[in-house]
Design a protein around this ligand. Sequence first.
Ligand code: FAD
Length: 348
Amino acid sequence: MMDTDVVIVGGGLSGLALADELHRKGVDFQLLEARSRFGGRIHAAYIDGAAFDLGPAWFWQGQPRMAAATKRFGFTVFEQYSTGDIVTEDQHGNVQRGAGFASMAGSLRIAGGMTALVDAYVKTVPADRLHLGQAATEISQTDTSVTVRTDKLSISANKIILALPPRIAQTIIFDPPLAAAQSDAMGNVATWMAGQAKFLAIYDKAHWRDAGLSGDGQSRRGPMVEFHDASPQSGGPYAVFGFVGFDANTRANHREEMTQMGTDQLTRLFGTKPRQLILQDWAQDPMTATPADHTSADHPAYGRPSALTNIWNGRIILGSSEMGQSFGGYLEGALEAAQDVGNLLRQG
Ligand SMILES: Cc1cc2nc3c(=O)[nH]c(=O)nc-3n(C[C@H](O)[C@H](O)[C@H](O)COP(=O)(O)OP(=O)(O)OC[C@H]3O[C@@H](n4cnc5c(N)ncnc54)[C@H](O)[C@@H]3O)c2cc1C
C-alpha cells in the first residue's frame, strides 16, 4: 500500500524548497526531519528578539535562486558591514589595526537572519506534511515501492528524496544494501562546512564600529582565525562572529578552555569582553557531520556523482546542496539541488 507519492527526508533548505515545489505542483508528499527544528545547517541564536546566524549568513550576487527567493518572500537584503579598519593578530597575540580589505565586503545578508528563509519556506507548505523529530533509520524496497522507517512511523512511497548530506545518508540502513560503489560515493562527498565551528560574541554596543573598526579581522593565534561583524541590520544587540581554527578533536576536548581563550582573544582584538559567547560546533552534530568531516577540506567539486544517478532504479534520489552542479555546498546549491530533483521527479 502506497502512503504517498514522495517522501522527502531532511528539512533543511533543500528539502523545504523541494516541498514547496511539490506542493505547488500538486504532488502528494511527506517530509521527515530528524531534528526538533527545520533548517538543518541554517540555524540561529535568538537574543533579545534578534536572530544571530550560527550557520550560513551570506549569499552573493550572481546567485539567481537566492535572489528570487528573497524577492518572493519580500526580505530586506543588506550588505555585510565592512566599514572601517581591520585588525590582525600574530601568533604571539600582538594586534595591529590598519586599512585593509574586509574579506566579506559585498556579501549579502537577509534582515532577520537566514532562518527567516527557513520560516518562509515552512509557511508555504501545509503543516500536516512536515514532521519534526522523525529521523529516518531504514529504507527498504519492494517491487512496487520504497519504505522509509523512523522509530515512530513507516511510510511507503514511489520515491524517497534524501535531502541530507550524502555522508549522513550513508548512515541509513538500506535493505537490500546499496551497491558498494553507491555507498562509497556517498561517503566520498565531503559535507560543506560540516567540520567548522563558529563563536558568536554578543555585545550591547557595537563599540568596534564606534572605534572605526569593521569587525573584520584575522588571527594566527586563535582560537578564532577569521572575524566578521554579525550584527542585525539595525539595532542591537550587536555581534561579531569568528570561525574557530582549532581542529574538531581539539575543540571537543577543550571546550571550556577554548571559550575562555576566545573571550580573551576578542578583548585583545576589539577592546571589550563580550556579554555572551556562544559556540556552535557543527562537527559535533551528528545530523550534519560524521567523523570523516572532522578534517576540513577545501571547497570540493560538487554535483551528482555518476554512481549516485540511479539508485534502486531511480526510486532513491539524493538532494542536498552537495548535489548542486554549479553552486554545490552553498545555499544557492541547496535551491539548485531542489530544482534538479524536481526536474528528475517530473521525468518519472
Ligand atoms: C558554519 C557554516 C557556515 C556556512 N556559511 C554559508 C554561507 O555564508 N553561505 C552559503 O551559501 N552557505 C553557507 N554554508 C552552507 C549552507 O549552510 C548549506 O549549503 C545549506 O544549509 C545546506 O542545506 P541542505 O538542506 O542541503 O542540507 P542541511 O541543512 O544539512 O539539511 C539536511 C537536513 O536533514 C536532516 N537530517 C539528517 N539526518 C536525518 C535523518 N536520518 N532523517 C531525517 N532528517 C535528517 C538534518 O537535521 C537537516 O535538517 C554554511 C554552512 C555552515 C555549517
